[in-house]
Design a protein. Structure first.
Length: 359
């Protein structure tokens, strides 16, 4: 027994004094981060980027190159991320910026402010502005045509506040106004608020749903943001929801708007649902809008790939079979494709073309 114990003790002692391999070594504490050095490096990087802007001041430089230099510097500042906010703020002061650029440059100071906003900075003035606007909204004093530009200037900061208000406010008129404001804010507001608008198109009140669809259709017709909006709608499963409203919403104006959005979005996968409308819908102008949406989908030939070609062939085959069975007054001749532009003032409001024979 003693011999056995001695053998075990000898092995344990040998293991204890044996050198520890790097592989089996216990983890060591990470090297402490030198925060001050990191901050100094970030400050130096900002100065380096701003110094590049000086090159745009050469008198013989073409305007395209002038913009390119400044656009590049703006993009580099944004790429530094939110951690750079506190170090960019001093350069909003024209005198401080002049120390780097060698001249007073309100144009680039404005670019720095735009970068700060995109990074999530909220100035005291912005905070006061939003507080005033939300107060007007809650008192039902906000006028979307006049106040939407002010909301637009506040960007995503305003969208977040409007989203929270829409989801919680008990009054229909307030929720309706919020959707109208988001539509008038333009694509930047709508792209940030797709989730909000999808929530709103299922609102129990038709007036709210109508304004939410209007906001979506405004951005759908803008070429610059078409792809981004389409990706968001696909990711969120929104097309299925829009098709549900097209097929079964109790308000004819909303069924019309749903067809409009699908047409502007050239939503190939919804073609079957649009064809179903041709035989089931009682409202002539909604059938006509579904016909137009199908024309928009069928006319899209700019995409490539075998899958797309197969879809397009299927749509054209459907169209050839179905179009002769349409009521005579809405049979299309040669497709007249609407240009993707912002709607006219006559279409913009709840009235406009959306209410023709609807309801």
């Amino acid at each position: 027994m003693l011999v056995r114990f001695a053998a075990i003790a000898a092995v344990a002692l040998a293991l204890a004094i044996a050198p520890v391999s790097a592989e089996n070594a216990p983890p060591t504490d990470p090297k402490p981060v030198d925060k001050k050095a990191e901050e100094e490096a970030l400050k130096a990087r900002i100065v380096e980027i701003l110094t590049k802007v000086k090159a745009s001041d050469a008198s013989e430089l073409p305007i395209e190159d002038w913009n390119k230099i400044r656009d590049g510097a703006e993009a580099e500042l944004f790429a530094l991320g939110p951690v750079s906010i506190q170090f960019l703020l001093p350069y909003l002061d024209l005198a401080t910026l002049k120390g780097i650029l060698g001249k007073t440059d309100p144009e680039f100071a404005g670019r720095i402010k735009a970068v700060l906003k995109k990074l999530g900075w909220i100035s005291p003035e912005m905070e006061a502005e939003l507080k005033e606007l939300m107060g007007k909204l809650r008192k039902k004093e906000v006028v979307p045509q006049e106040d939407s530009p002010r909301f637009r200037e506040l960007g995503n900061y305003a969208v977040v506040a409007l989203d929270q208000e829409l989801r919680l406010h008990p009054l229909q008129i307030i929720r309706e106004k919020i959707c109208e404001i988001l539509g008038d804010m333009g694509s930047a507001g709508i792209l940030s608020a797709v989730d909000t608008l999808l929530f709103a198109i299922s609102d129990p009140e038709p007036a709210v749903r109508l304004q939410a669809f209007r906001a979506l259709s405004l951005t759908a017709r803008e070429e610059d943001h078409f792809k981004e909006l389409d990706e968001r709608l696909v990711k969120l499963g929104a097309y299925e929801l829009i098709v549900c409203h097209l097929a079964g919403d109790s308000d004819a104006r909303i069924r019309l708007r749903a067809a409009t959005v699908l047409g502007w979005m050239e939503a190939v996968n919804t073609a079957e649902a649009l064809f179903a409308v041709l035989s089931s819908e009682k409202e002539e102008n909604i059938v006509s809008e579904a016909v137009w949406a199908l024309e928009m989908i069928s006319a899209v030939e700019t995409k490539s790939g075998e899958e797309w070609k197969a879809r397009l062939a299927r749509i054209n085959e459907w169209w050839a079979k179905k179009k002769d069975s349409l009521p005579k007054q809405i049979k299309p001749g040669k497709p007249k494709i609407r240009e993707k532009t912002k709607e006219t003032d006559g279409e913009k409001k709840e009235g406009g073309k959306d209410e023709k024979k609807a309801g």
